[in-house]
Design a binder for this molecule. Structure first.
Ligand SMILES: [Zn+2]
Length: 478
């Protein structure tokens, strides 16, 4: 393909089709088929995330996909937030169910019903459980493959602690995990925002969401972590006996990295006019070998290619493309698929004991002698990661600015992704002002920057003109 990324929507639709990432022809609105090339990457991404969760004391579990209505209804804010999005199962075979069941939109109510049975004393805490699963939400906003659909694939981690401090520490740890996996390994930059009270997770005390920017400068929420306080503990009666033999409610957090959506960010942030560009560690095929054959030397070249395939397969995912297509066709095909390294071998290279390496991210060709090949591949693996991260960071870091009025905000949004504005409050009272902003600029208030300490001095809320108490960030969003 050859489409400039500046026309992002067209580019995105073309790349997911041409690179065979999904098929949108499944005849059910908001549901798409994820094809092997995307699933193989997402499986690697799941594994990398799970490794970090386990290293921090989380254990895997699998909960039923159906949640009895009575579970879902226990926490009142949660009910209000999620019920409009639930797919219900009301019948089985020819029988109406006595109690209808929700296809899980998220698993708080499923898990916490069991947490209440599992947690008795301090010895049972902290409890840190996660599952890798799909969830279903009846989205009414426009759907777009990987970005927003009615079924998506994620990890949800649910933790219970004896104290508020431990729960707060967990929120911090969830953010660190996002940094380690999403930014350092998938090379996708983001900012963590504390969401305003009108935009928090239904049932949470506070929600912290990591927003990245797509190439059209619209924000996309990646993992979010929620401080649940004791809201669910009280609704589900999750208690433990403390040192003084007194019953206490637990403090809870939950964390939801949506892998299918994070994959959308990987596609969008790294891809170029030729198609996908994948970080080495999540590419389904990391190295493709392309033989350059001429009449009379086919056998010699193919033998060398096969030997190399065998040697490199011990460490990497390798594919020898021995199809009848021309080398040029193969180059385009595997570049479109985002394979990070291509090895080209012709008879001249064999005579020189060398090969040509092509790296997808910079489109450079390098000649490497065979005895240095594995060393060079290791160097490229790290070099590609570093380059993708730096390239993404450079653009992302240039996308934040400030404004002091609604007009200025509207103008700045034409050139920037995040715009910081003085605001009256991020408590519920501020919602009306956020609606004014939305109406006039089509931007949403994403919240306050988690790490920002600066408070507005002598500034006025850009929407209502009352004294500003907080800096909030506005962005157009997916
Ligand atoms: Zn205001």
């Amino acid at each position: 393909m050859e489409i400039q990324k500046s026309n992002f929507s067209e580019w995105y639709n073309a790349v997911i089709k041409e690179a065979e990432l999904c098929d949108i022809r499944y005849d059910l609105k908001g549901f798409v088929v994820f094809r092997p090339w995307s699933v193989m990457s997402m499986n690697k991404m799941f594994e990398m995330y799970e490794k970090e969760l386990q290293a921090r004391g989380h254990l895997p579990a699998l909960f039923p996909a159906l949640i009895p209505a009575s579970y879902l209804m226990k926490e009142s804010e949660h009910v209000e937030g999620f019920v409009p999005e639930v797919f219900w199962v009301t019948a089985a075979g020819n029988n109406q169910l006595e109690e209808k069941c929700a296809m899980r939109p998220t698993s708080e109510t499923a898990m916490y019903s069991m947490f209440a049975l599992w947690i008795h004393g301090l010895k049972d805490l902290p409890l840190k459980i996660y599952q890798r699963c799909q969830v279903w939400r009846y989205e009414t906003k426009a759907t777009k493959p990987f970005i927003r659909s009615r079924e998506f694939y994620w990890i949800e981690a649910h933790d219970a602690f004896a104290t508020k401090e431990e729960a707060e520490r967990q929120v911090r740890e969830d953010m660190d995990m996002a940094e380690k996996v999403l930014h350092q390994q998938f090379c996708v930059p983001f900012l963590f925002f504390k969401r305003p009270q009108w935009d928090k997770f239904a049932g949470a005390v506070d929600t912290f969401g990591a927003d990245t920017l797509m190439p059209d400068r619209r924000a996309l929420q990646l993992p979010s972590t929620h401080l649940l306080g004791q809201n669910f503990a009280k609704a589900f009666n999750i208690k433990y006996m403390d040192e003084n033999e007194k019953e206490q409610y637990v403090w809870q957090t939950c964390y939801g990295p949506a892998i299918s959506r994070i994959y959308a960010a990987v596609i969008a942030v790294h891809g170029d006019e030729k198609g996908l560009v994948l970080p080495f560690d999540i590419a389904p095929i990391q190295i493709v070998i392309v033989p350059i054959v001429k009449k009379g030397v086919e056998e010699k070249v193919m033998k060398k290619c096969k030997d190399l395939e065998e040697q490199l397969s011990k460490k990497y995912s390798v594919k020898l493309d021995d199809s009848d297509n021309t080398p040029g066709f193969k180059y385009n095909y595997w570049e479109l698929k985002g394979v990070p390294i291509r090895i080209e071998i012709g008879i001249r290279d064999i005579e020189n004991d060398s090969v040509i390496l092509f790296r997808r991210d910079t489109k450079e060709k390098i000649t490497v002698s065979l005895d240095k090949l594995e060393e060079k591949i290791e160097e490229l693996r790290e070099g590609i990661r570093k380059n993708l991260k730096e390239r993404a960071d450079r653009w992302f870091n240039s996308q934040t600015t400030k404004a002091d009025s609604v007009e200025e905000l509207g103008n700045k949004l034409e050139e920037y992704g995040f715009v910081r504005v003085p605001f009256c409050t991020d408590r519920l009272d501020g919602k009306a002002c956020a609606e004014v902003i939305k109406e006039r600029t089509h931007a949403n208030i994403r919240g306050s920057l988690y790490e920002e300490k600066e408070k507005p001095k002598g500034k006025k809320c850009i929407a209502c003109g009352k004294p500003a108490t907080v800096y909030l960030y506005a962005a157009r969003q997916y």
